[in-house]
Ligand binder design. Structure first.
Ligand SMILES: [Fe+2]
Length: 163
């Protein structure tokens, strides 16, 4: 596995229909069912940068009040640091396969609670505390070359990093 520091890129060109989808996603951060439905209509095709042994982050949408939508393109074996998220976090695998190790934060440190393997079309969703960045603490590893859609209620890089 390759721990890496991902670079962030601007969005590739998107159709008006895709832009409308992103705006709708940003309006339904607290509604998992709507996010699943909207994400299913998102087109996975796009020119997302390949990052050898790592993953790239392409920011598709930022709302003035904080919502952020991005696509990550993963090389096989790429692994994120262990990190938390803003209040609302939704991740859907568009292509490939991602392993997600989830943790709880305790006075004695992080404890692994579950290891999930998510395939194309599968997602995670987590709602945490407003104004905090310790929601859904996890570490993601790409088991295949993958593409994933991420919808957050704030800049994902504000998520607490535990490594
Ligand atoms: Fe994450």
């Amino acid at each position: 596995m390759n721990d890496c520091k991902a670079k962030t890129w601007p969005s590739p060109a998107l159709s008006p229909r895709q832009q409308q989808l992103l705006e709708a996603m940003a309006c339904h951060l607290d509604d998992e069912t709507s996010l699943v439905s909207l994400a299913a209509d998102f087109e996975a095709q796009g020119d997302y940068p390949h990052a050898p042994h790592c993953y790239s982050r392409s920011i598709l949408y930022r709302h003035p009040e904080g919502a952020e939508i991005m696509v990550a393109r993963w090389d096989v074996g790429a692994r994120t640091p262990t990190h938390g998220h803003p209040q609302y976090a939704f991740v859907m695998v568009l292509q490939g396969c991602l392993q997600m190790e989830h943790f709880t934060d305790t006075p004695n440190g992080l404890h692994l609670t579950e290891t999930l393997v998510k395939h194309t079309g599968e997602h995670i969703y987590a709602a945490g505390r407003e104004g905090c960045y310790d929601n859904a603490i996890h570490r993601v590893t790409a088991l295949q070359p993958s593409l994933s859609l991420h919808i957050y209620s704030d800049d994902a890089l504000k998520g607490i990093c535990f490594d």
